[in-house]
Design a protein around this ligand. Sequence first.
Ligand code: FUB
Length: 368
Amino acid sequence: MNNFKNLSGIALIMMVAAASACQQNTKTSAKETATTNDSSKVSKFLSEPLISNIYTADPSAHVFDGKIYIYPSHDVESGTKENDNGDHFDMKDYHILSMDSINGTVKDNGIALSVKDIPWAGRQLWAPDVAVKGGTYYLYFPVKDKNDVFRIGVATSKNPAGPFKSEPKPIEGSFSIDPAVFTDTDGSTYMYFGGIWGGQLQRWKNGKYDANGSKTDSGKENEPALPAKVAKLTQNMLGFDGAVKDVVILDETGKPLLTKDHDRRFFEGAWMHKFNGKYYFTYSTGDTHFLASAIGNTPYGPFKYQGTFMNPVEGWTTHHSIVEVKGKWYIFYHDTQLSGKTHLRNIKVTELTHQADGTIALIEPVNK
Ligand code: FUB
């Protein structure tokens, strides 16, 4: 019964929204909405969905030539049953969104890359990111190959909104999911990546893929947690320049976070930004649903755990990006406000504050 109610709600939203792919950003703080006298209009959410003509998630936001571009996953209902491997996240293409300002109209630029046009791909086009160099845009994307193993591919375009053309093969030495690409002030570009459980990172413990590897990170609870990975990109942006390294996160005593520390250890959804000369590695703790930050002095770390900076959103997954727009910092993230379903998400944005001590102020995405 509840599901049926949900479905008709979704259909209505989709029909109204389909009239236009361009939408006004309806960002409204819960506080603002609560000031109206009509209690039925009170929203429990800090921000409203940026777009509702399609479901979107995992937003990687960047500013190119003064314009904001968002590279999200494009969630769809494929009918695949939900499991711990994330098979229900069965995405087939990417749509790139753009906007002139944070509160501006959001434009859906249509299909930028389809799984059918990636020669080596099997299924599940997950969270992408992008970088620019010399007038070419490089879209990095995780997708399972024809053997059902996640690899990271790259596609190029002269236009930040695409369409993108895939390279014939995945990046050599790449594995797992969630590439986040960071270009430092000296022009060097690094890819942070990895994700446990459905992201398969735990199957690469010895540098080789183990198809029978555990589905989760459990097992050695008192050992250091599985780390995210980082690799410098080659000058041509199409490969890894040297070895893939571990992104080590240290606790307050200088020891690596442990597997059993589910509230703090890395799960997926890495991001890197630089603020006041420090490197902020931010990530999702996955099964505990926090966004956490750790700060280092170099792009390779080690990174000292700082704390949670966003409490759980509605929905199971938590994935974000952090970007500076006209001197202010913003976090793009997602939840499941529109659908109420884990795999049909909608992206949002809200302001982010770096505090005087360097930590990021806690964001509460849902009014309790
Ligand atoms: O969108 C599929 C997966 O869900 C992403 O790769 C993860 O970060 C999580 O958001």
